[in-house]
Design a protein around this ligand. Structure first.
Ligand SMILES: [Zn+2]
Length: 169
């Protein structure tokens, strides 16, 4: 993705209030960040680790989603799979992240959730830029992996953006 300024990042959020977007902690070192290998920018809030954020180019714009990790924290047995990039991790390194949906649906506490790499570094994993410890169902560098990550991400963002009222539901 192209580099995004701090103001653009804060303005991209569709599922939290303006004041929340203004207050949120942005990732450190934005100026020095290599954006080129990123399909989305994702980070955890260091002051409030169950909060996570994801910003991605989507359709013709930039969409930011505020996410919240749910469920038990700490070590769990077994392994888990990220639904976006299909990387396998020890279970504690995959989080169920839930986004309030945009608009009226979100104000009614309507959410969408999925399992995502806890460090939100999917873009780096599919490119082999961050090592993985477990045997992978899809080898790093297999053809189409980046495109599949982008497709799954776009579907997740669409689910968060979908307005049931607009669909007459
Ligand atoms: Zn992932």
């Amino acid at each position: 993705m192209d580099a995004v300024s701090e103001n653009e990042l804060r303005a991209s959020f569709v599922n939290c209030s303006r004041s929340e977007a203004k207050r949120m902690t942005l990732p450190a070192g934005l100026d020095a960040l290599d954006w080129e290998p990123l399909d989305f920018l994702g980070w955890r809030d260091p002051r409030s680790p169950q909060r996570a954020y994801l910003v991605t180019p989507h359709r013709d714009g930039l969409v930011g989603l505020a996410l919240r990790a749910t469920g038990r924290s700490g070590l769990r047995p077994g392994s888990g799979l990220c639904n976006l990039c299909h990387s396998a991790h020890p279970a504690g390194d995959v989080s169920l992240l839930v986004a309030k949906r945009a608009g009226a649906a979100g104000r009614n506490d309507n959410t969408v959730g999925t399992y995502i790499c806890s460090d939100l570094a999917c873009s780096l994993y599919v490119r082999g830029l961050r090592p993985l410890t477990l045997t992978q169902p899809e080898p790093v560098g297999s053809p189409g992996r980046v495109e599949r990550l982008r497709d799954r991400l776009a579907q997740f963002v669409d689910r968060a953006l979908q307005d049931d009222d607009a669909l007459g539901a």
